[in-house]
Each structure stands twice: as structure tokens, then as C-alpha cells.
Write a protein that binds this ligand. Sequence first.
Ligand code: ADQ
Length: 478
Amino acid sequence: MTSTRTQGDHDLVVVANRLPVDRVVGEDGETTWRRSPGGLVTALEPIIQQYDGAWVGWDGGSDGPEEPLEQGGMHLFPVALSPQEIEEFYEGFSNGTLWPLYHDVVAKPGFHREWWDSYVTVNRRFAERAAAEAADKALVWVQDYQLQLVPAMLRELRPDLRIGFFLHIPFPPSELFVQLPWRSQILEGLLGADLVGFQRRGGAQNFVRLVRQRLGHKTHKDLIYLEDGRTVAAECFPISIDVAELEKLSVSDPVAERAQQIRSQLGEPRKLLLGVDRLDYTKGIYDRLRAFGELLEEGALSVEDAVFVQVATPSRERVDEYRRLRDEIDRLVGRINGDLGRIGRPAISYLHSSYPRDEMAALYRAADIMVVTPLRDGMNLVAKEYVACRHRDDGALVLSEFAGAADELKQAFMVNPYDINGMKAAILEAVDAPPKDLTKRMKAMRKTVRSHDVSDWAEEFIGMLKQARPDHRKRLRP
Ligand code: ADQ
């Protein structure tokens, strides 16, 4: 690692695996950049604009630009990855090791030394780029599991910075985390931050316990005291959504009309059940559809009056586990539709497409029952998006207790996604619930979602990070 201290102009630097833009290649072969649709971009864009800040990230390709880009008042600094690094750092260590390990080992993590080496190399590249762009005493906010070594690497290069880290996925209990051959390096990497944020209280507690047990640091509640005199805070900051944007969309006439149209195209079912997920083995899609299939088989529901719309956007298709999952779900849907569907009445309407926000809002409005059953999920924004779109306080949410959202959306029909009979019972309970009960539940959940949106999330994190004094023995909170 170079020890030369260079310095940039930006008082806020976000460091994330991906840049907030997608490359679009026109018919003439010309490359342009379009703002990515994700929630993180929505959350961070206003704050970056306010600070005239920078965003350091990868453009998603292997032949991306090296030169800075400007987009919507944000200064973007690309970090290049080679095809081998995409395979080893991104598909390998990030998505083949950390992702399954942090999600309760629902798939077997691969532990490969060359993947780890690539993770270290790429994290260093991100840290160096951030160090070069941050102004004196700037705030740097590092995002997610792909970049857990960046905080310590960055601190070594730039001890003047205030460094925050937020983990979007769960932080596992120590019994699972300690499987990782590089467990101490990851913990040391995170401790380079002044503030480490998690989706749930339990994640922060797991982290504090691990640094106490494994690294021998003194801790008190959510604070970790390091030998060099620094204090690191581990806090929970549950992420949210842009509530106002979705509310506005969902009450608009075109979305209302489209919601009606969706229902009529599906044959005006009495109950429309909906699932919306990235096609990922953590999301519990297979067992959810199995539960629905069994309800049809047993006659508790019939295709004459219930249909399940499952939107599953393919993702990480170069990773074996994801290809296998796609095949398994394809087969299951084929079997259920083949056995139980009728002409013009499929049991499951299964879609691989990615939709614009207005179509998503229409789907949420059209659905009587939203079924969100991940085996483990950091938060799950889909659950919150559904609630935000139910402006009439109707509809039901069936929610896994293993999603971060379960801490807040307590009035959902809660399920253990490993318990197929329990899921069947919860779906039936939601189908048969009296409208009064549904209204009471949805009203309470809408109030919760509206009281804390994604800009509150970002402002709370940055607000707390600003209080950090990396070069003093000061606690973050009085
Ligand atoms: P994800 O695992 O991607 O996020 P989630 O929180 O549900 O999961 O977010 C998915 C987003 O993609 C939602 O905003 C949803 O509307 C959108 N989406 C899904 N399918 C779509 C489709 N077919 N077309 C268009 N949009 C679609 C990770 C963690 C989560 C955590 C988030 C944010 O795994 O636990 O909530 O980051 O921190």
C-alpha cells in the first residue's frame, strides 16, 4: 500500500461496489450513461448534491472508463475491474463466499484463497481511489459487503477522514462468521470505520460480540474501544424507501388503470397473490410457490379464484448456484401450472422481466396479498414498497420473520419460511381475513413506513458520522 498522502476536493465521498449509473450503448456504438434505478441512488443523490460530493464505484463492465463522469450533480470516479477480478472478487468472494455465509449459509459458501487475494486487491483499489478524491477531514461512506476492507485501508492512507460503513445484508451470528478463514481480517477491515451501520440491532450485536471475543477489544453496549484510542460505534440504521415517490405514483390515474387492467388480464381473480424478488436463493421463492401449489392441490384455494403472480428478475447468472435455482423454479412452476392450471387460468403467472417503477406500483396496487418469504434478508424493500402503495389501507402482507423488515412491519402475517405448513396457514389466514382486520394492520404498517423514509435513513447515518472524531479519544454519543 502506498503511504503517499494525496488529497481531493470532495467533502463527502460515497464508495460502493457499483456506480449509480448504467452504461447504455446506442445504435451508433456511442456510450452514454443513465442513472441507475436503485434505492441507494435515490437515498444518496440529494446528500451528495448537497455536499458537491463524489461517488467511487465500478461501472459493471470489464472495459469501463477510467475518467471521471458527471451525472446529476454527482462526480463519479470509476474503479476498473479486469475479467479475472470480476470472476474472483465479484462473482467469487463477494457473491460465492460472503453472500451465502452472511445469509445463514442457505447455500454453501466457497472458501478459495485466490478469491480472497482478489478481494484484497480490489478493496485496496477502491480505498486508494477514495483517498485521492476526499478533501481534508471529509466524510467517506463505504457501502456493503463487497468492500469490508476499505475502511481500514482508507484510514491508513488518510487518518484525517471520518469513515462510515453500512452493511446492507445481515451480519451473521458468530457461529457462522467464524467459518471464514479470513474472519480477523474482515473484522479489522470494518474497525477502520468510526461508525459501522447495520440493518438490524442483532447484526450490530453480533459484530460487537465478535470483536470482543475474537480480537479482544473492550466493548460497552454499542461502542468498541481500540488500543490506539479510537472508538468505533456499531449502530442499527434500518433502510427505507422513497415513500412520497411511491405514494404519488400509486394514486396516479395511469397506475390505477393499469392495476385494473392487470386484474382483468388475469381473469378477475378473487385473490391476486404477488411475489417480487431478485431470483436469489435467499428469497425463498421455491418454498413459497410450493406452499401455494399445495393449497391448490388440496382444494383450499382454486385457480378459479386465486392466482399467484411471481416476478423474479434473473440476477448473478454467471454464478452456478443461481443458474441451478432458476432451473429448479422453472421446473416447479411448469409442474404446478401443468397439473393445476386450466385454459386461460394458469395457477402461477411467472415473469422474468424487470419493470419500471410505475408498473411495479401497478402490481402492488393490483395485489390483494403480497408474499415476502426470504430465508434471510437484510431488510427487504419490496415489503415496504407494497405497504407504501396501499393508500386505501387494504391488502395483506405475508412476511418472513427472517427479513429485517419484520422488526418494523409487526402487523404483517408473520411466517417462518422453512415451515411450509405454517406458510400455507398464513396465506389462508390472509385470504380469509375480515376487511376490518386488514385495514387495522395496514394502517399501522403504513404509519410506520411513512414515518421513516430513505432520506431519513441517509441523514441519520451522516448526522452520526459527522460527530465522529477519528483523531481524538471521543465517544460518538455523549
Ligand atoms: P435486494 O436483495 O436486491 O437488496 P430488496 O430490498 O427487496 O432486495 O430490493 C429489491 C429492489 O429491486 C426493490 O426496490 C424492488 O422494487 C426492485 N425490484 C425487484 N424486482 C424488480 C423488477 N422485476 N423490476 C423492477 N424492480 C424490481 C439488498 C438486500 C436487502 C436490502 C437492500 C437495501 O439484500 O435486504 O433491503 O439491499 O439495503
